[in-house]
Design a protein around this ligand. Sequence first.
Ligand code: ADP
Length: 261
Amino acid sequence: MEMQLRQAQKMEAIGHLAGGIAHDFNNLLTPILGYAEMVAARLQPGDPLVAKVAGISAAAHKAKDLTQQLLSFGRRQAVATKVFDLNEVIESFYIVLRRTIRESISIKLALDPAGAFVAADRSQMEQVILNLTVNAQDALSGKGIIAIETCKVFMDGENVRLHPGMTDGDYILLAFHDTGCGMNSDVLAHIFEPFFTTKAAGHGTGLGLATVYGIVKQHHGHISVTSREHEGTTFRIYLPAAAEVPLVEAQAPVLAPAKAH
Ligand code: ADP
């Protein structure tokens, strides 16, 4: 429990720090971009400095993209909560995933036929699905399988090992399995920390899982991971289950039968 609390506080502190640095850095990039544009406008075509100034602009734009990501990580957007079926989000987002993930990788869905109703922010759930699926792809060299699963589980502490801070009740389990390279315990200990990455420079920001962690916590959920080197990884997210909302149809007013006189 204490470990979890310390982890949450650490993440929050790093988030604030990242947000602050990103904000100041973003401000510093504005004059760099502005002056580069001014210089570019004064150069004659064919001037050897044209390519160099374009290089300054391109690098500053890249830095702006990065600070933007940091800003959205540091100051998480407000949650726009609605009750919906997570299965339906996964199914409609599948088109985006299929276009993003290499063809040689098969994406399998195993969705609970009874539905997976949660009270959540739809676009943040899409972000979670995207981040975890892209990470799974990165862990797979060439072919492989990514499986996304949902199922309703009742956690009562007696039958299932509860996460610290998790209360008894119904949860929607959203799991991501991959048959990728897996992780050793040294890597596993740090994966949710912002800026932790094992990827080559330019390929990873180390913000993907920190963002997922933040979103899950904001939704009063829990996340765990099991991994075996050279075999694969499973991320499990538990979100409090919501009662299914019946589709409210616009109902015609019930007319009282005309009284017979
Ligand atoms: P990034 O993807 O930019 O490195 P993340 O926060 O998303 O940042 O991930 C942090 C690290 O966790 C990755 O660099 C990688 O080492 C490890 N990781 C994440 N997901 C997986 C996975 N499915 N299989 C193996 N390693 C993973």
